[in-house]
Design a protein around this ligand. Structure first.
Ligand SMILES: NC(=O)c1ccc[n+]([C@@H]2O[C@H](COP(=O)([O-])OP(=O)(O)OC[C@H]3O[C@@H](n4cnc5c(N)ncnc54)[C@H](O)[C@@H]3O)[C@@H](O)[C@H]2O)c1
Length: 696
């Protein structure tokens, strides 16, 4: 059976987990593993078995490509592999050469011995998918690293370097030298010394005051887990490792795993996990599309967005030249970047050295001469077509051939901007969200003429700077803001009909939004929406808008920056305090328009706000502005504070069922107030409702 996956080295057989990119425990690999262990049993020359991984991974755990396919549960399952390794009559040694996660760690916990490279990363990350380790991890890990450490690892899902756990019984040795040679030497020692087989299941946990400890753990975990059930179930499972005999604990862990796998929350987290991966794939841009080299970046405009955008690249070690028109603006922009970094140092998130390294990569300039050889230039100047035109004509004139010309515009037509150049194929929208150094979302706006290799390149860049990139076609507001406009229209109609800002915010925050719409508006500045609406009144005279927010702006209440908006704010504080002056304004507005206020339930608030997003997104999907429903979900999860445990607006609509969403919309269409016509289900939504299908 000797070959790439199984090799006898004298008395030691080495089984290599080899399934790129992460040695996921897919069906083929599991089959080979069991066959390898069986072959080693049958070969009288073999006295010990080493399991190790090819490349940088031992194993990343389950093979995600098999999720939701029959292969995931086909024999030999991971449970069978684990039982086979544990039951082996010959010593089985896990040689953890690199990253070892989830099922990979559970497999190694069933081996009789474990050795690891010092830098190997160890984790049980299942909780991040709303699950818990379901193959013995919650029962075996506490037996070797201690209850507290195991609990922390299982509840957080975060990786820990092997070196940090070297004093625990998890590892028999940390092997500093080469792999698998060091592991082979260890295996020979086990054979020579006739070491008895150690099975973690046989270790008894002695943990005094367990009840008090787990009660404390439940209180603290419950407080942070909020709407997610998995972290508390992780605590329950680890508690069972102390209170129950091993096999009973295993059964209990299995039970909890099955319960969690069926929760909407876990399904939502898994949807987001796959959604992020799906978003990186562009249907007509194959994965092997050649990309352009991006080693030097230029940013035009050192304002709010330009500064934040620049920081992303500096953080990734990519030099940036930042260009402004005036020295003061340039100095201010650079000073803000430094101030932001220094705030991170104060919070212990960054070292002073790193700040200097990053600042050393930054070159401020007033001259286009200094940017002409950049590989990628991102424009973040004022949101005025005339200003953008001047910048893009200049870029076209001076930038080297092949440079990517990106615009961060939020509302302007990217095709029109591309038209200012003689190279529209090199132009793309890179729509960052504020604060750009923090927000995960990056909408990649694909113009009519954007070249495929440009798109492939900026998607690669997004990954480098750790953004979640979602491709959007060109339309007013792209994916996110186009949907948001409908959400905000409903929010204002709700006020007119009888709701208060506090009630709407409370209902949406209870639903799980990071912030209610009025608090968001006060934070972003009410004047921004006002400016957009003023344009809309002219551009789209047939669309109905409430003018209630205009009244607020006419009172000079622009939000936190003016100390008053939908709420009032104490100087230097951000707490939103309800303000009778706003209530009076709303009451006067209703009276003037002849609206009789009614009591509106929280359910109606949530449905109208969320279904407004869903209906607009259905149109966005039909028009091909977004490639798939999960892309829309990723935009809302990473850019708009939509609750992760609900999986995004489209996933949420799927859990309610498009049929039921459409029915509710018919009810809202019967409400004579607001915009009844808006509630006509978009054709895609109507079709799914009629066919009993879902978006995702
Ligand atoms: N602020 C946001 O939340 C946000 C979010 C996404 C996208 N955007 C977009 O980003 C762009 C910039 O917005 P901002 O909020 O950073 O504005 P800002 O006013 O804070 O910054 C704009 C900067 O550009 C500079 N500038 C103006 N004309 C210039 C020129 N010809 N050459 C070089 N520099 C010039 C200004 O001096 C100023 O420092 C806009 O297109 C905006 O729509 C903003």
């Amino acid at each position: 059976m000797n070959g790439k996956h199984y090799q006898a080295h004298g008395e030691v057989a080495v089984i290599t987990l080899d399934n790129p990119p992460v040695n996921g425990l897919g069906h083929e690999l599991r089959t080979r593993l069991v066959a390898g262990i069986d072959a080693a049993q049958a070969d009288s020359a073999v006295k010990a078995i080493v399991i190790t991984g090819a490349g940088a991974f031992f194993s990343g755990g389950a093979d995600i490509r098999e999720f939701n396919t029959p292969k995931a549960m086909a024999e030999p399952t991971l449970h069978t592999v684990i039982r086979t390794a544990e039951a082996s009559a010959k010593p089985v040694i896990a040689a953890i050469n690199g990253t070892c996660m989830g099922g990979g760690l559970e497999l190694s916990l069933a081996c009789h011995f474990r050795v690891a490279a010092p830098a190997a990363q160890i984790a049980l990350p299942e909780v991040k998918l709303g699950l818990l380790p379901g193959a013995g991890g919650t029962q075996r890990l506490p037996r070797v690293v201690g209850v507290e450490t195991a609990l922390n690892m299982i509840v957080s899902g975060n990786p820990v370097p092997a070196e940090q756990l070297k004093a625990t019984a998890l590892f028999d040795e940390i092997v500093a030298g080469d792999f698998p040679e060091g592991a082979l030497a260890f295996a020979r020692k086990v054979v020579a010394e006739k070491r008895p087989l150690k099975r973690i299941r046989d270790i008894k946990i002695d943990f005094p005051n367990a009840d008090a400890f787990f009660q404390f753990a439940r209180n603290s975990v419950g407080a942070v887990a909020k709407n997610l059930p998995a972290p508390l179930k992780c605590v329950d499972a680890v508690a069972a490792s102390v209170s129950k005999p091993f096999d009973e604990g295993l059964r209990y862990e299995r039970e909890l795993f099955i319960q969690l796998a069926q929760t909407t929350e876990s399904k939502a987290l898994r949807h987001a996990f796959f959604g992020e991966r799906a978003a990186a794939k562009i249907p007509d841009v194959p994965a092997d599309t050649p990309t352009r080299k991006v080693e030097r970046v230029a940013v035009i405009g050192a304002g709010t967005m330009g500064g934040g955008i620049t920081m992303n690249f500096l953080n990734a070690g990519i030099p940036v030249t930042i260009l402004e028109t005036k020295q003061e603006a340039l100095d201010r922009g650079v000073a803000t970047i430094r101030k932001n970094y220094e705030a991170s140092v104060k919070r212990g998130k960054l070292t002073a050295d790193k700040v200097e390294r990053n600042m050393g990569l930054l070159k401020p300039t007033l001259s286009y001469d200094d940017i002409k050889s950049a590989d990628l230039v991102i424009e973040a100047v004022f949101e005025e077509m005339g200003v953008k035109e001047g910048v893009f004509r200049k870029l076209d004139e001076i930038m080297k051939p092949g440079a990517i010309l990106a615009t961060n515009t939020s509302t302007l037509d990217v095709d029109k901007i591309a038209g200012f150049t003689k190279r529209p194929e090199d132009v793309v929208g890179m729509h960052f969200f504020s604060p750009a150094n923090i927000m995960k979302l990056l909408e990649m706006v694909r113009g009519k003429k954007t070249a495929k290799d440009v798109l492939a390149t900026v998607m690669g860049i997004a990954k480098k700077i750790r953004k979640t990139a979602v491709v959007s076609g060109v339309c007013d507001g792209f994916i996110g803001n186009r949907m948001l406009e409908q959400y905000q229209r409903q929010v204002m109609f709700l006020l007119e009909e009888g709701a208060t800002p506090q009630q709407v915010d409370r209902a949406m925050e209870k639903f799980g939004m990071a912030m209610g719409p009025f608090r968001v508006s006060d934070l972003a500045g009410n004047d921004i929406g006002w400016a957009v609406r003023k344009r809309r009144y002219i551009e789209k005279p047939n669309v109905l808008y409430s003018h209630i927010a205009d009244r607020l702006c006419e009172m000079g209440r622009f939000g936190q920056k003016t100390g008053a908006g939908w709420y009032r704010y104490e100087p230097g504080k951000r707490d939103a305090i309800p303000d009778p002056a706003v209530e009076e304004m709303i009451a006067a507005y209703r009276k003037e328009k002849g609206f009789t206020p009614r009591k509106i339930g929280d359910d109606e608030i949530v449905e109208r706000c969320v279904y407004a997003l869903v209906n607009e997104a259905a149109k966005i999907l039909e028009e091909g502005i977004a490639a798939r429903a999960s892309d829309v979900d990723m935009v809302y999860l990473t850019g708009y504070g939509f609750p992760l445990h609900r999986g995004g607006p489209m996933f949420y609509a799927d859990t309610i069922g498009p049929y039921n969403v459409a029915r509710s919309m018919q009810r809202y269409a019967a409400n004579p107030h607001g915009d009844p016509a808006f509630w006509k289900p978009a054709p895609l939504l109507a079709k799914l409702a009629a066919e009993g299908k879902t978006f995702n």
